[in-house]
Design a protein around this ligand. Structure first.
Ligand code: FE2
Length: 424
């Protein structure tokens, strides 16, 4: 007897009337029309069953701190960094843990079961690192938390920056981070990329750097990141986050850059909610959108994910742990409204970030972990349109969250919907 059988599911690839069989926390079979005895049977009723959402870029040490010690008056990136600097001396281990655990609850409720979070390593106490390592252990039964050692104040610019980051890795942080555009000069930024990639190569770590997060069309750190990745043989293990400068770069230069990035199999993380609000702030009109060139990078074969980046913190007062919100914004900002591109936006918050994180057993195939989400939508495009309700969230074959079906209808245009009473 199976532990769990989900019937009449529609999958993101368009297959319908699919059954998903689960035993011992793993998917054993994904077959059209399968019926078999199970301890629990869930009829999906033709609705979408997706692998869980994955966030490739988040800051869990600062999340839910909005208003502490004050709100960001200008709403800009630089005031956000300054504000984080004001908050840091007031941080406590317990406060970070409690905020992070609350956020992880929100995440699970939204079917978000894997998060790569940057953690600030700038302070020699490594207080945020210790707190998030604690959180990582506590949430492990229901959420994969991958941590990136992130030198917010610059690994070369701040005294002891490299030493602090290295000690964070010693404590068990998974990924090497960086922030080359915040170093003092372009040359020091490039030097930081080289040092950090070499550190990752020596330790067998993945890399994920905040890179070129500005509107400067001449920022060149992603070029250095691609070069170091290629030189050190780190292909497929390195991601560049934000890359907002690419929005403003010269088109000829980008025509050379993207093939270099593809050669290095660089991962890319755009953060649509944050990029659209923080970039272009020095513009009059027209104001740049500031998001990197997502469709062009995808067309070149790069793995591109949409991250949430911030939720109610010094940089951004919005957000809700809903990756469909990030996909919805990404679709609009990048004008990804073709049928194929809208499906790519769904991939950008599911399979693509899972690949960047190197998640084992992710997906809806036999042998994968029985982690999936039943959505109140019939396909990925509708899921993005509605930011669809997560009717049920499963982790290792066990239901970890559920929500009642909303009033919002799934009717096609031209059909009577549940607002028909308004006409009467
Ligand atoms: Fe970030």
């Amino acid at each position: 007897m199976l532990d769990l059988l989900v019937t009449h599911a529609t999958l993101p690839d368009g297959r319908s009337d699919v059954s998903i069989a689960v035993q011992d926390g793993r998917i054993t079979e994904v077959t059209e029309g399968l019926q078999a005895p199970a301890h629990e049977t869930v009829d999906a009723g033709g609705l979408l069953v997706s692998p869980p959402f994955v966030d490739a870029h988040f800051h869990m040490d600062s999340t839910l701190s909005y208003g502490q010690p004050r709100v960001n008056q200008s709403g800009t990136l630089l005031e956000g960094i300054a504000l984080w600097g004001e908050l840091k001396p007031q941080l406590t281990h317990d406060a970070i843990v409690q905020r992070a655990l609350t956020y992880c609850d929100w995440a699970v409720a939204h079917g978000l079961l894997a998060i790569r979070s940057h953690v600030d390593t700038s302070d020699p106490s490594l207080l945020p690192v210790q707190a998030l390592l604690d959180v990582k252990q506590r949430v492990a039964p229901y959420l994969d938390l991958q941590l990136v050692a992130f030198p917010q104040d610059g690994v070369l610019r701040s005294p002891g920056g490299l030493d602090n980051l290295t000690r964070a890795l010693d404590l068990g942080v998974d990924v090497v981070g960086g922030i080359p555009h915040f170093e003092r000069t372009m040359a020091q930024g490039a030097e930081s990329v080289k040092i950090l990639c070499e550190l990752a190569a020596r330790r067998g770590k993945r890399v994920d750097m905040h890179c070129d997060e500005s509107d400067d069309p001449l920022s060149r750190h992603v070029e250095t990141l691609a070069h170091e990745t290629h030189r050190l043989g780190l292909h497929g293990r390195v991601a560049g986050s934000h890359l907002t400068s690419m929005h403003s770069m010269d088109n000829y230069y980008v025509s050379k850059l993207i093939p270099l990035m593809a050669e290095a199999q660089l991962g890319v993380v755009a953060n649509p909610l944050i990029n659209i609000t923080l970039q272009g702030r020095h513009d009059t009109y027209p104001k740049r959108r500031g998001m990197t060139r997502v469709p062009e990078l995808m067309a070149a074969g790069l793995t591109v994910a949409f991250g949430h980046d911030c939720v109610m913190d010094p940089w951004y007062g919005g957000g809700s742990a809903d990756m469909l919100e990030a996909a919805h914004m990404g679709l609009h900002v990048a004008q990804m409204t073709s049928q194929a591109a809208m499906l790519q936006c769904f991939d950008a918050v599911t399979v693509n970030p899972a690949r960047l994180l190197g998640l084992e057993g992710y997906g809806l195939q036999a042998g994968c972990h029985a982690d999936f989400v039943l959505l109140h939508a019939r396909n990925p495009v509708e899921a993005i349109r509605l930011r669809a309700t997560r009717l049920a969230v499963y982790r290792r074959g066990r239901k970890v969250a559920s929500s009642p079906a909303p009033v919002a209808m799934l009717d096609l245009p031209g059909r009577p919907g549940n607002v028909a009473f308004l006409a009467g």
